[in-house]
Design a binder for this molecule. Structure first.
Ligand code: NAD
Length: 232
């Protein structure tokens, strides 16, 4: 069975109603990223950070997977599929995808500020100042903030290095280290980049650019792959 590795970014969830931030005014739902998604923001105003992620979590339960998420699930009929996502939403899981690795954490989980290995499923619950882990320290969102290490980057690079086919969907390729993952793909693997702003990627061979929204571009490429065509 051929292995398809899929790297997704905020753009795949845009048509579900979850905003990306690089598309618009550089703000994320009216906030500067530095004010809500950095360790410095947490030290300065933890309540604002918790409120921001509480709102993102609440919104997640008001939206649904779109045709792009659903199409990726269909690939499992014929391929060994691994999704690696920068997204903190759970729309791939809710579309039924079996193998999803989150690089930047997950809105529906919280973790201890004392021991990062203590991670808790919280579903749609709001986190508040005073919510504590079993060791008695404040809980924070289980999110990799800008400026923090990305613990899943090494397993992700290993997965990409085994790809027969690589799909890159809805990402500006500006957020590192995630943006460097495609360079681990074997040179001769077939590659697709589906994003309305997609441009050629220097030094990446066998790349087909699909300058289209995920909601239409992904189902089309998936159908072609399932039919055994080259997807172009
Ligand atoms: P990003 O850097 O991946 O850029 C967004 C990309 O989506 C752009 O290239 C844009 O052209 C593309 N796009 C917009 N609409 C699209 C569509 N309909 N179909 C396909 N592509 C489309 O992402 P970002 O918004 O700059 O966010 C950076 C980080 O912030 C993420 O890696 C993530 O950790 C976090 N974030 C997560 C979510 C989420 O979980 N849904 C949303 C916003 C931000």
């Amino acid at each position: 069975m051929k292995k398809i590795v899929i790297l997704t970014g905020a753009g795949i969830s845009a048509e579900s109603g979850i905003k990306t931030f690089r598309d618009g005014d550089g703000l994320w739902e009216t906030h500067r990223v530095e004010d809500v998604a950095t360790p410095q923001a947490w030290v300065k105003d933890a309540e604002l950070v918790l409120d921001f992620y509480n709102a993102r979590r609440k919104q997640l339960f008001e939206v649904a997977p779109n045709s792009a998420h659903l199409a990726l699930k269909k690939l499992e009929d014929k391929f060994d599929v691994q999704i690696i996502t920068q997204n903190v939403d759970n729309l791939h899981e809710r579309a039924g995808s079996s193998n999803v690795l989150h690089l930047h954490g997950l809105l529906t989980q919280a973790r201890s500020t004392f021991d990062p290995s203590l991670i808790y499923d919280i579903g749609d619950k709001a986190l508040k100042i005073g919510d504590k882990c079993e060791r008695g320290s404040q809980l924070r969102p289980h999110i990799v903030w800008f400026g923090e290490a990305v613990p899943n980057i090494e397993p992700a690079a290993k997965i990409v290095s085994k790809a027969n086919i690589l799909m890159i969907i809805g990402t500006s390729l500006l957020v590192y280290p995630a943006a460097g993952l495609m360079y681990y793909a074997p040179v001769h693997s077939q590659k697709f980049y589906i994003d309305p702003s997609a441009t050629d990627i220097p030094d990446v061979k066998n790349l087909t650019i699909v300058k289209e929204k995920a909601g239409t571009g992904v189902p089309r490429v998936v159908e072609q792959l399932l039919k055994g065509e080259n997807g172009k």
